[in-house]
Design a binder for this molecule. Sequence first.
Ligand code: GLA
Length: 390
Amino acid sequence: MSEIKAKVLDKFQDIFGNAGEAKVYFAPGRVNLIGEHTDYNGGHVFPCALTIGTYGVARRRTDKKLRFFSMNFEGLGIVESSLEEFTPGGDKNWTAYPKGVMWAFEQKGMKMDSGMDLLLFGNIPNGSGLSSSASVEVLTGAILRDLYGFEVTNQDLALIGQYSENKYNLVNCGIMDQFAIAMGKKDCAIFLDTSNLKYEYAPVVLKGAKIVISCSNKKRGLGDSKYNERRSECETALAELQKVVDVKSLGELDEATFEKYQGAIGDEVRRKRAKHAVSENQRTLKAVAALKAGDLEEFGRLMNASHVSLRDDYEVTGIELDTLAEEAWKVPGVIGSRMTGAGFGGCSVSIVKDEAVDGFIQSVGEAYLKKIGYAADFYVVEIGDGPVIL
Ligand code: GLA
């Protein structure tokens, strides 16, 4: 038995008792290599699941009660609820995520006739932009499927997770995070066309380099409302473009076509937002082609260009993420570096040659501390599989 499995079962025993009747599950976190803020614009994304994520220990109950405990928020103790207490937008702590998924299953006609005891332990830093919330959502879906016998595929788990986030937690996110987690595959990134959910696994062959995550430790506060704001800016820009060109989404435009019609967007800020959505989608296509051709240098250059676009046109980086990326670019042996996830804090992702990793962590870490006033954290990560029963 793995060390973590033993640890979470022990804790379940302490908190709820009779751990012998419980099962252990895992769902990963994710990092997006390129294709940011494209998933709600009908564009492409290129994320991968990680080997870090969320562990869940669960057991069905005979009554309608739901009892939750998180080892990441031990101070909250056991949070009690029931199958009769689902209030979209109304939960004030982490239980909003598993409850949202239970509610979403019910909405889709899959009713739970009895409650459960659920203990979680996550080794993804919370609120870091590595999708700790989508990880909990997909994990919960995998648990419900197993404990209640619901017939759903991993892709369904992604869609139900997104539905719960949109309708229960009121964040208008795209499909990328839940899809990357539910469909994760070891050592591969997922090249996903969000306009039709067609996808392809692309082996991430880094030839003597590693993926390093730099966590800014800036917590996102107003991030989610800005997220919804960016999304509606893009929707308005699309509606303006649709008056002059026949497209269903910004993802259908290449740069030349966008250039030709962009005058139809009546506001400079919205023009920049749409420009990012268009150019980022094109960069993602080019980056995947470069990776397939073994041209890692080109992949890295496109990552850097993605950051610049997110900084200047989409304006979702901020001084913390800019410092992480810009300091990374200065380090010899860094192939590419960019913010990842929604932005407004969270993490950057860098591809760094093996021999340069220690120096990278030291020099980016020192520069970050000096400029920002608190430390960043660094994780050398590996690409893992989707949800599993342990
Ligand atoms: C968040 C959302 C995703 C995606 C990214 C930005 O992670 O949950 O759907 O939009 O931001 O690329």
